[in-house]
Design a protein around this ligand. Structure first.
Ligand SMILES: Cc1cc2nc3c(=O)[nH]c(=O)nc-3n(C[C@H](O)[C@H](O)[C@H](O)COP(=O)(O)OP(=O)(O)OC[C@H]3O[C@@H](n4cnc5c(N)ncnc54)[C@H](O)[C@@H]3O)c2cc1C
Length: 263
């Protein structure tokens, strides 16, 4: 549709393929979403019911094709090994799917009689697990802007209202889009110096609580006022509680990045 409308995009092709499937596992995941960045692969586990996760494995296209072709038992043994048996014995549930890993930033979100929302507007690397939320935010921003236009007796295709939506959504999406890109760059650089650099940066972030709080808030897409309030509290040490958002992001000093989901 975006192409039919002639909208250009800035696209970054990460050159990797994501293999996605559901896996049943022996050890309960306890509601924790996990992500490991390893040499040449990223492994993500998103909790479903107590003994089932959605696995997102990011590898080369060649490796994804090989994994896709394995029989179910061989596939499960391969995944257990890649996950260092953290969830014990595993079994494939359902089918495997592969997707090319690309990030997209549409050069325009609106035009005569149309507006882009969701991944058609901004498509991110799934590392921060926020593409869906960003899509919902775009629909919410568009609905609010058009509702306002209708209340002022203007049509839903009012160019000024569409332009306002574009401004608002870009401003809201940019920090998350750039932050996601930085995290991906930091964790997927396989050059020898990258790992010590990563440890130094993560170590620094762990010691600087205000910076850590802002980073955590960005990852869970806390609204800017909450982030600012949390930062001020954190700096002034008025309130040692974590930021008031719905999840907790934690950086580990190993090559892992974990987002703990609260039910
Ligand atoms: C592997 C992976 C893991 C992810 N993990 C997370 C996560 O943990 N958390 C998170 O928030 N986000 C995650 N995302 C991102 C999230 O899935 C997307 O941001 C979200 O699905 C975008 O929703 P959408 O409705 O904009 O687009 P889509 O979900 O892509 O829906 C678009 C629909 O339009 C259909 N379509 C396309 N062209 C046409 C046409 N011409 N005519 C009719 N129909 C058409 C498509 O078939 C599709 O059904 C992940 C993405 C991937 C690929």
């Amino acid at each position: 549709m975006r192409r039919l409308l002639g909208v250009p995009v800035a696209m970054h092709d990460f050159g990797k393929t994501m293999l996605v499937c559901r896996m049943h596992h022996e050890i309960p995941h306890e509601g924790v979403a996990r992500e490991w960045f390893g040499h040449g692969q990223t492994r993500a586990l998103l909790p479903l019911d107590e003994h089932t996760v959605s696995l997102v494995l990011t590898v080369t296209g060649h490796e994804a094709a090989k994994l896709h072709a394995l029989n179910e038992d061989a596939f499960a043994r391969d995944i257990e090994a890649r996950l260092e048996r953290r969830l014990g014995a595993m079994r494939l549930v359902g089918t495997r799917h592969t997707y090319p890993l690309v990030a997209i930033w549409a050069r325009q979100l609106v035009g005569p009689g149309f507006a882009l929302v969701g991944d058609a507007a901004v498509g991110m690397h799934p590392v921060t697990a926020h593409g869906f939320n960003l899509g919902l935010a775009s629909a919410d921003r568009l609905a609010a802007t058009l509702g306002d236009a209708l209340a002022r007796q203007r049509g839903v295709a009012d160019p000024a209202a569409l332009a306002r939506y574009q401004r608002q959504h870009r401003a809201g999406a940019l920090p998350l889009f750039l932050g996601t890109g930085m995290i991906v760059g930091l964790y997927t650089d396989d050059r020898p110096l990258a790992q010590p650099l990563r440890h130094a940066i993560i170590g620094g972030i762990r010691r600087l609580r205000p910076l850590r709080d802002v980073l955590a808030a960005a990852v869970v897409d806390a609204p800017p006022p909450q982030t600012l309030l949390g930062l001020m509290r954190s700096v002034a040490r008025f309130d040692p509680r974590p930021l008031p958002h719905q999840g907790e992001a934690a950086l580990t000093d190993s090559d892992g990045f974990f987002v703990r989901c609260t039910p």
